[in-house]
Design a protein around this ligand. Structure first.
Ligand code: PLP
Length: 396
């Protein structure tokens, strides 16, 4: 008899020759249940399941909304309560200048929307991004990525992008000019191995954007929704971006993204021509209901406020000479090992020992620790004990 994995390999488009091939039947809290094995989810489906799997509040919101209505009409025509309520909750928790939400389906699409909006608002087409940033897999987002390993087969991409070195103030004046439409920043660079930007550096970028009229866009697709110890990472930097981009954890497990700006900026999409960005499914009512429930759950349980202590506990428990460094902020942590080979072997061993983790697209010496934010102290002990013993099994 054929197994599901046979059909998966035969009929599901493959993107590598080494998929994980785990068959998960059920997920709850931080646990993923296969037929004969349980895994701890230490990566939250790559920064998504912040509120844990099978979250009752989110499931209830999804079921309630699915029972009322699902898709009714393309984006921006009908007043759909779940969208409106989510926008209200989000903007109530954001500074005054981030008051208008455009909901889309994914992170990449939100980045595309932010790029288009910056072009419309400034009348410019030049972008600046950080070296080794990851902003998504569509062609606009790929243009913002300096590392051409994943993009060079899709050339030509957008022609006018400059890349600044993270935390290097020398590049700011040179690469952000009166020609720049927008500067795209991940406050904690995800696929580079969870490398946080320095506060002074981001303040200097904010200042330079103000001087030149470039818009400052924060890609908080991974760092938003509580992951770094505040609802949004920018709050810890004392500056406000012109456009905030969200996705991943935002959907509470459902597909959703957003770019959020001041209505004076967002209104550029309204005329000359109208329909500046169009989406059929963006802001799907069920996804918006899930997202609102997820944000409420984080706020009601102070999940974001407990992240720093949990992060410190991880750092204090992960001890082995082979762990050269721990980068990151909050529950975006990256363990550095001496080589790709060692890292890959440790990741494979962790999975064998029942802990799902991963490497980074642009930093293959590093292992990802980004569990659901609901993880308890006892569970952190359990996770660290599996990681420490897996490291020991590989490195001695
Ligand atoms: C920082 C960041 N930006 C953008 C994206 C793209 O999001 P999506 O995969 O939902 O298109 C990702 C996805 O990993 C991301 O981590």
């Amino acid at each position: 008899m054929h197994k599901q994995s046979d059909y998966f390999l035969k009929h599901i488009a493959q993107t590598s020759d080494a998929p994980l091939l785990l068959e998960i039947e059920r997920a709850e809290g931080i646990y993923l249940y296969a037929k004969d094995k349980t895994y701890i989810d230490c990566i939250s489906g790559i920064g998504v399941s912040n509120t844990g799997h099978g979250n009752k509040k989110i499931i209830d919101a999804v079921c309630r909304q699915a029972g009322k209505y699902m898709h009714l009409m393309v984006y921006g025509e009908l007043v759909q309560e779940p969208q409106v309520q989510l926008a209200k909750l989000l903007t109530d928790n954001l500074p005054d200048t981030l008051n208008s939400c455009y909901f889309v389906n994914s992170g990449s699409e939100a980045i595309e929307g932010a790029m288009k909006l910056a072009k419309r608002f400034t009348g410019r087409h030049h972008f600046t991004a950080l070296e080794n940033a990851y902003h998504g897999s569509t062609q606009g987002a790929l243009s913002l990525m300096s590392n051409d390993y994943f993009s060079n087969k899709y050339y030509p991409l957008l022609p006018s992008v400059s890349f600044a070195r993270q935390n290097n103030p020398e590049d700011i004046e040179k690469l952000i000019t009166t020609e720049t439409a927008a500067v795209f920043i991940e406050p904690i660079m995800g696929e580079a191995g969870y490398l946080p930007c320095d506060k002074e550096y981001l303040i200097a970028i904010r200042k330079r954007c103000d001087e030149t009229g470039a818009l400052l866009v924060f890609d908080e697709i991974q760092s938003g929704y509580g992951r770094t110890g505040s609802l949004f990472a920018f709050e810890q930097y004392g500056i406000v971006p012109d456009i905030l981009v969200l996705a991943k954890g935002m959907g509470g497990g459902m597909p959703l993204g957003a770019f959020i700006a001041d209505s004076s900026v967002m209104s550029c999409f309204m005329d000359n021509p109208v329909l500046g960005h169009i989406t059929t499914f963006g802001g799907h009512p069920v996804s918006c209901a899930a997202s609102k429930a997820a944000l409420e759950f984080i706020i009601e349980n102070d999940l974001h406020k407990k992240v720093s202590d949990k992060s410190e506990l991880f750092k204090s428990l992960l001890k082995h000479p082979a762990i050269l460094k721990i980068n990151g902020k909050g529950l975006m942590l990256a363990l550095t090992f001496e080589s790709i080979t060692v890292n890959r072997a440790i990741i494979a061993k962790c999975i064998e020992n029942g802990l799902l983790t991963d490497w980074f697209l642009y930093n293959e010496n590093c292992m990802r620790i980004a569990p659901p934010l609901i993880i308890t102290e006892a569970q952190i002990h359990e996770v660290c004990s599996i990681i420490n013993s897996s490291v020991k099994e590989i490195c001695g």
